[in-house]
Design a protein around this ligand. Structure first.
Ligand code: ARG
Length: 456
């Protein structure tokens, strides 16, 4: 039976029923749909818009439906158009006439907006929790590796020495911004749209603030047309998901590189690696590769909804039903990736020797040599030139800067003294980078304290 059937003389073509039905995916909004209806009916009863007894019967009926769906005593009817129709139909079947009063002053347009706002709000908090868990794991690795020297790269060429802790805390900053973006998203989702009706509000004397209060929203929407046509809060969540997945993808790319025989900086745990069906020696970082791959899919979800939204006029259009699969897919993919990435990071091991060796090569101390000359009074541009010439000489002789004798060094620049060897030691290169945000252990420890305070 169609709840909107009055105006129609013909049944919907079965192809159309199948085509426009959203219950296969919007069923997962059932909890929010029912909670929203309970708040709506409560307010209608309190305001005398529907009889108090009917409101009570509706609320009790809805509570029963919620309990039966949770316990699986009640199954979703795949023939229903959407979750909203399903709940209303079951309610009326169960409580009779009173059920027909539930939809007073409401449209599915503001109803679906309400459900989606509630889903996004919950999703923001849930995802923030997962990122917080991952941050704790990463901070722990950093705390244990304040002195673990490794090469820092630009252009994937060795650049300057850093520490594993510093590298991990760079990731932490990215994840903190992901949490922050979710906080912004939450604020914009925290607006209660019910009362907007189909698009032009309602003639009933509704108390929208009361509904917002019952559902834990901090404010009500300000324009009925915008309320039913706004999907910015879904786009916000998808954008936050796409950016965060891009971060996870970059982390994974690094871990994949670090696990190669060539780098040898990291070793994935057996439990987070897979083998080859033909090459017996293989241990592949499939988990990291799959997370990197799934970032493309979540970006796709964002692109899909942006493209859907860009051409639709105010107010509600059925195109917007397309928001949910993208939203659920991004939420589920992001959730899974955060959980499995955390597991991977909890079990990964690092090869401090290979990292230190890596930092010794590639002339990562050449800037420090230039800075040393600046300390002796030489202008930086000139110091850069001298250090570059010394590096070129060492490259030709295949040896590190520290293997040059003092006389050989003096031949390039006579202000160089014995203290140069300490200045170009990679440990002292790191230790002297004490400025806020730099890799010296005490600077990274301060960064760790700040991050811990933000996630506690
Ligand atoms: N299933 C619809 C959606 O997800 C609910 C709103 C339908 N409204 C309408 N006027 N057809 O968007």
């Amino acid at each position: 039976m169609k709840l909107w059937g009055g105006r129609f003389e013909k049944a919907t073509d079965h192809m159309v029923d199948d085509f426009h039905s959203s219950i296969p995916f919007d069923r997962r909004l059932y909890k929010y749909d029912i909670e929203g209806s309970i708040a709506h009916a409560t307010m209608l009863g309190e305001r005398g818009i529907i009889p108090e007894d009917d409101a009570k019967a509706i609320v009790a009926g809805l509570r029963g439906i919620l309990a039966d769906l949770e316990s699986k005593a009640l199954a979703f009817d795949p023939d229903c158009e959407d979750i909203h129709m399903f709940v209303e139909e079951v309610l009326t079947l169960r409580i009779g006439e009173a059920g027909k009063r539930l939809h007073t002053g409401r449209s599915r347009n503001d109803q679906v907006a309400l459900d989606t706002h509630m889903f996004v709000k919950a999703a923001c908090l849930e995802t923030q929790g997962l990122i917080r868990d991952l941050l704790k794991t990463i901070v722990e690795i950093a705390e244990n590796n304040l002195e673990t020297i490794m090469p820092g790269y630009t252009h994937l060429q060795k650049a300057q020495p850093v520490t594993l802790a510093h590298h991990m805390m760079a990731w932490a900053q990215m994840l903190l911004r992901d949490m922050d973006r979710l906080g912004d998203c939450y604020k914009r989702a925290d607006v209660m749209p019910l009362g907007a009706g189909a698009l032009a509000g309602t003639t009933y004397d509704m108390d929208r603030e009361r509904v917002a209060q019952l559902l834990g929203f901090s404010r009500v929407s300000e324009n009925s047309m915008d309320s039913v046509s706004d999907r910015d809060y879904v786009l916000d969540y998808l954008a936050a998901a796409a950016i965060s997945m891009t971060h996870l993808s970059r982390f994974c790319e690094e871990l994949i590189l670090w696990s190669t025989d060539e780098f040898h900086f990291a070793r994935m745990d057996d439990a987070f690696s897979t083998g080859s069906s033909i090459m017996p020696q293989k241990k592949n970082p499939d988990v990291a590769e799959l997370i990197r791959g799934k970032s493309g899919r979540v970006t796709g979800d964002l692109m899909a909804l942006l493209t859907t939204m860009k051409g639709i006029p105010l107010a509600y259009d059925k195109d917007m039903q397309e928001d949910k699969e993208a939203l659920f897919d991004a939420h589920d993919t992001w959730t899974k990736c955060l959980i499995v990435f955390d597991g991977m990071m909890k079990t990964i091991t690092f090869d401090a020797r290979a990292m230190a060796q890596g930092a010794e090569g590639g002339y990562t101390n050449a800037t420090d040599l230039a800075d040393y000359l600046v300390g002796k009074g030489m202008p930086f541009r000139q110091a850069h030139e001298v250090s570059g010439k010394m590096v070129l000489d060492c490259v030709k002789r295949s040896r590190p800067l520290k293997d040059m004798s003092l006389d050989e060094m003096k031949a390039f620049c006579d202000i160089i003294e014995k203290d140069v060897y300490d200045a170009i030691d990679v440990h002292s290169c790191v230790a002297r980078r004490k400025v806020k945000g730099a890799p010296a252990p005490e600077a990274v420890a301060a960064c760790i304290d700040s991050v811990k305070a933000q996630i506690s």
